[in-house]
Ligand binder design. Structure first.
Ligand code: F0G
Length: 461
């Protein structure tokens, strides 16, 4: 029998410019971490070697995007660049009317103000922090209708972003369809670990909501990554291109909010989209209050040019294979060292389970926070806590104790090499070897809102 040789693949680009990084010693990193109050958000980025804090706005642009910047039309009104961006959104996503915004939460603010009345209910496939906050500020209440599997880090369901239609039906029965302005659907659910929704589930949801006359609003921040998973995992989509799958996903929804800082390969930008003229008219009224004129919405002309090119590049099959493939490579490498991670590996990052990594700590020791600090001191790799610190406090002052206590390794697009990825996994393995010696933390400063950004800690002795 012939030997089947496993063939490697590589990125569909090469480097034309590099950004030099400062190399630090362990002693320097220990001092920097102490100064930052054991919170990775408070580190200076120049002290970071490999930055996996977020995939938001941290992408490397292509030569085509950099040259598009020079074509930016910086007119206050009617910028050519706006029409380039509008054209790309209509062509590749298929939505009719576009309102540009400075980033995703700007679009969420406007959309929530237009569609939500006080007392409304917004069911969705898991919350996202800014999305839910804008729904609440507009007077609505978010209800989670994602499948149960999404809340279990080790369940290997291929579509942990799916909606449980029974949960949705119960919400509709309880409140009535009239109080539900829309169902909020994220493609590739961030808080579940970058997990996709299937086309089958979305079609079933569409059939149900059409019967009840309820809209679907699409958080399409990572739609191309979701489309890649559909292509790889869903029957009937093996031979379809990411471009076709993305268009089909969008066609099953009525409008969208987008943070272009992720999928669309830029450093800033976003938009709201809708197929309804009345919704568009109202949003266009509001955008001038909160963002800027309706043909720039807080963006420079050059930003809109870069988005137009980035959208097209994000739909390239080879690009998505390399992007999600790199995250998968990191996840597999960590697993080979026995490190407990959320399964299946997500689209934008690897999530390490701090509870099983540090079983000798209780959640009151802030295990994910402590682990993120240790990983930085070990290697200069910056990650983010997604556990009890991020969850915050209940109105009665007690901590929320979330089921998931995770450290997120978020991979920026087109930024790091496979060798960087190896260094990250090896650093985590080194910390894993000495895990029994890792102590918990004490919170010594706690801000009132979104405490994870600015809280400070000290090691417990
Ligand atoms: N929706 C999702 C699913 C997101 O992940 C984000 C941002 C937003 C909306 C808001 O967009 O930042 O442009 O205002 N996520 C970043 C992260 C911050 O690190 O996960 P934005």
């Amino acid at each position: 029998m012939d030997t089947i040789l496993k063939r490697s693949w590589a990125e569909p680009y090469k480097m034309k410019m590099v950004e030099l990084l400062k190399m630090t010693t362990r002693a320097q990193r220990s001092r920097a971490m102490k100064k930052a109050g054991y919170n990775t958000f408070l580190l200076r980025s120049e002290d970071v070697y490999i930055d996996l804090l977020t995939d938001s706005g941290t992408n490397a642009m292509s030569d085509r995007q950099w040259s598009a910047l020079m074509l930016g039309d910086e007119a206050y009104a009617g910028s050519k660049s706006y029409y380039h961006m509008e054209n790309a959104i209509q062509k590749y996503y298929g939505y009719k009317y576009i309102v540009p915004t400075h980033q995703g939460r700007g679009a969420e603010n406007i959309l929530s103000k237009v569609l939500i009345k006080k007392g409304d209910i917004i069911p969705g496939n898991m919350y996202f922090t800014t999305t839910r906050l804008h729904q609440e500020l507009a007077g609505g209440k978010f209800v989670d209708i994602i499948v149960d599997e999404a809340h279990d880090p080790f369940n290997e369901h291929p579509f942990k972003g799916n909606v449980d239609l029974n949960k949705l039906e119960a919400v509709v029965k309880k409140y009535g369809a009239k109080r539900i302005p829309y169902v909020s659907i994220a493609t590739n659910v961030n808080m579940a670990g970058g997990q996709p929704i299937s086309m089958k589930n979305l079609k079933e949801l569409r059939a149900y909501t059409q019967k009840k006359n309820i809209r679907i609003i699409h958080d399409m921040t990572r739609v191309a990554e979701n489309a890649y998973f559909i292509q790889q995992r869903e029957k009937g989509y093996e031979k379809r291109s990411i471009r076709e799958i993305v268009k089909e996903i969008c066609s099953l929804t009525d409008g969208a909010t987008m943070s272009a800082k992720k999928d669309a390969l830029v450093n800033i930008g976003g938009f709201m989209a809708t197929n309804e003229w009345e919704v568009f008219e109202e949003a266009r009224n509001l955008v001038v209050v909160y963002e800027g004129l309706h043909t720039y919405g807080g963006l420079a002309g050059r930003d809109m040019e870069a988005i137009a090119v980035g959208i097209e590049e994000s739909l390239n099959d080879h690009h998505q294979r390399a992007r999600v493939g790199q995250v998968e490579y990191l996840g597999n490498k960590m697993e080979s060292y026995g490190i407990p991670i959320v399964k299946p590996v997500g689209g934008h990052g690897v999530f390490v389970d701090a509870k099983s990594f540090l079983p000798h700590l209780t959640q009151d020791d802030f295990p994910a926070q402590a682990l993120a600090a240790e990983i930085y001191i070990e290697s200069g790799v910056r990650t983010m806590e997604r556990g009890i610190v991020s969850a915050g406090r209940k109105p009665n002052g007690e901590h929320y104790y979330p089921k998931l206590e995770l450290v997120r390794f978020t991979v920026p697009r087109r930024v790091y090499t496979q060798a960087h990825t190896d260094v990250v996994a090896e650093a985590v393995a080194a910390v894993f070897e000495r895990r029994k010696k890792i102590k918990g933390l004490r919170m010594v400063y706690e801000p009132k809102y979104l405490r994870f950004f600015q809280a400070r800690f000290e090691p417990k002795v």
